[in-house]
Write a protein that binds this ligand. Structure first.
Ligand code: NDP
Ligand code: 8X3
Length: 251
């Protein structure tokens, strides 16, 4: 089937994507900072689906680590067909005058610069083969700014713009670029945003049925199943009860 590289596969969308692509017969490169989870996922994907799995333990914020670990994988794994730039986070939820600078750094360094570092390593491999598909995970937060979302929304708006730029620049190499923008999905996202406060994280999803990680993985996979001449450029997917980034009908 091919090789898919998924960043941030130790939880949420990335893990569900890894399971979905492995189930379809892909060889899977999984990445993340939590080594124990990568190893557990490797075992699961191998046993459950007979998949070939390459786990890579690095922090996408670390340019040198990205180049050293990802840049030096065995040649046969460099024939990446699909790159899912998924690793990301929201850190905190506060007005701009009270925002934490370390939270801002974490979001910009991960969601924007990390995506760029990984892409900069992988794109030349795709370019050399004149084929490939990059799927960048944006957010409804890329499309509309919500209260206290300031820097997170800006980081995802950057993902939106970078996706548009990639699409133009990579057309000569017939590399597809798709931005998938999910709305509210119950993963570890809110637990990370609220720094381990389980109640606060759970409350985000009260009163409506959020997307699941699998819902998003199914959409990502679908985008890769279209004929070679067809590309979904930009896709927004929300729970039925969510109209946009800031309006959810919780009745
Ligand atoms: P999770 O917190 O469940 O998963 C995030 C993944 O990203 C983890 O595997 C984590 O791995 C990885 N990650 C985070 N920071 C780094 C880093 N510095 N280096 C390497 N890997 C990292 O969240 P989701 O699955 O919900 O989020 C995935 C993406 O989807 C993010 O970009 C998020 O912004 C976006 N999104 C989420 C929505 C939601 O409502 N859940 C909606 C729209 C978009 P580890 O900690 O092991 O490094
Ligand atoms: C994550 C979902 O609604 O917090 O992108 O922006 S939201």
């Amino acid at each position: 089937m091919g090789i898919v590289l998924i960043t941030g596969a130790t939880a949420g969308f990335g893990q569900a994507c890894a399971e979905t692509f492995a189930a379809k017969g892909f060889d899977v490169i999984i990445t993340g900072r939590r080594k124990d989870r990568l190893e557990a996922l490797q075992t699961q994907l191998t046993q459950e689906f007979g998949a070939n799995v390459l786990p890579l333990n690095f922090d996408v914020r670390d340019e040198k680590e990205v180049a050293a670990v990802l840049g030096n994988i065995p040649e046969e794994w460099k024939a990446v067909d699909i790159l899912v730039n998924n690793a990301g986070l929201a850190a905190g939820l506060s007005t701009i005058d009270e925002g934490s600078i370390s939270d801002w750094d974490a979001m910009i360094d991960t969601n924007v610069k990390g995506l760029l570092y990984v892409s900069r390593t992988v794109i030349p491999w795709m370019r050399a083969r004149t084929t490939g598909h990059i799927i960048n995970i944006g957010s409804t937060a890329a499309k509309h700014v919500y209260a206290k979302g300031n820097v997170y929304c800006a980081s995802k708006a950057a993902v939106d713009a970078i996706s548009q730029g990639m699409r133009i620049d990579l057309l000569p190499y017939r590399i597809k670029v798709t931005a998938v923008h999910p709305g509210a999905a119950e993963t570890e996202f809110s637990l990370v945003r609220f720094k381990g406060d389980e109640q606060k994280a759970k409350d985000v999803y009260n009163g409506f049925i959020p997307l699941s990680a699998q819902d998003v993985a199914d959409v990502v996979y679908y985008c890769t199943t279209l004929p070679p001449h067809v590309c979904i450029n930009d896709l927004v997917v929300t729970p039925l009860q969510q109209a946009n980034a800031y309006y959810i009908d919780k009745n």
